[in-house]
Design a protein. Sequence first.
Length: 466
Amino acid sequence: MKPSDVVDDDVPVDAAVAPDVVTPIDVVTPPDVVTPPDVVTPPDVVIPPDVVTPMDVVTPRDVVTPPDVVTPPDVVTPPDVVTPMDVVVAPDVVVAPDVVVAPDVVVAPDVVDVPPPTDTGPITQGTAPGESCLTAPSMNAANGLWRYQGSTSRRNDDHRGSCASGSGQGDVAWRLVLSEARRVSLTARPTSGWSPLLLLSAGGCLPRAEDLTSPILEREASCVAAPSGSPASLSAVLPAGTWYVIVDGNGGSGDFTLDVAIETPADDAGPAPSSMIGPACEAVPSSANRVALDDDQGSAPINLGFDFLMYGDRFTRLAISSNGFVQLLTASGTADGIANYANQVLPSTDAPNGILAPFWDDFDPNRDGNRVRWWTGTSPRSLTVRWVDVPRWRRGDQRMTFEVKLDETGAVEFRYCALSSNIPGTAGVGTSATVGIESADGRRGLSYSLWNGFAIPRRVLRFAPR
């Protein structure tokens, strides 16, 4: 191939050499063109002896010269012309079948780095599941789409989730080890008419729960049960650590396909958290409203009296859960999952969504009287909800007083007033609780504390708009 600036299609065959072509002084072109004796001239291809061919360019022997390119017989290619390494082959050049791929092109064999839709795109097959978390194989933790296949038929009932604790069906498990936070989206599709259940847990290998006091439920991150024949799906941002993905039966058992999408979570640009030690909680105003909540129960919607903006959504109402969180509601929204006692990682598409959780755990505020209050404030307009000396379910010796306050500027405060069990490592300081905020769609949010036991008296956790 010759450089494009050597050949001019408009120059006649017998034209003189253009002034900018340098004829080397040591090359004599006799009138009848004498080929030097030490140059081997192929029948119709002249290769200058000192032309440098790049190492990664292979010149096929059967390259076809396009018929409309005329090489003047008296034009000599200067011997010092070097073909650049990035020469682009013209589109009408026929590439021989033995072209060699450049050695610096690396094709990743098993990592598919694509956006994570759950139903489309390249999917890489993963390993089969284990009988339980004791034998759970590792999932691929790289970003991409992964597909796993398994069956819950003729499997032991090793695990139970809060969303269908009485299922009594066989289950299988995988282990997922994350070195940093990742959004993990799971979809379990049954191949026949049975109902799958998806369970995310950080509880490790614990025995099957015979009742809801088992510690296996204390570290359940998310649980979704599907109706008959439908897929079970969830999506959550998981912190770094070891997690267990369990497919269980919500009714029946059978074969299934599990699609897993892993991606780096986007910066949600939500409220920025900060923590401090503040003054003691103020006394409950005499005008405060009492809320009668039984175990695992939510209140009717309460008007805020102002618009509250978070993650781009506008809320005008909220509902109070007996289990230490409030759910934000739009003007036409309805509470969903408000009675959920099994706290989970935030954000998660599993209900409830759009929540402010100062201390999401399993509480029983009506054990010995109504213990939830709410009241409004001014300058700026605000609403405060306080859980007063509420006992944990079946643990009357563990009582907490805490509150959430939100105002019209978009700020949120969690305050921890009193803890009857202030022993590090116990549930009384939050070792079984979720603390954080979440958007209405369940895809943005923050788990400020997840089973970490961070609560101490007079701590104030503030989420300020950016």
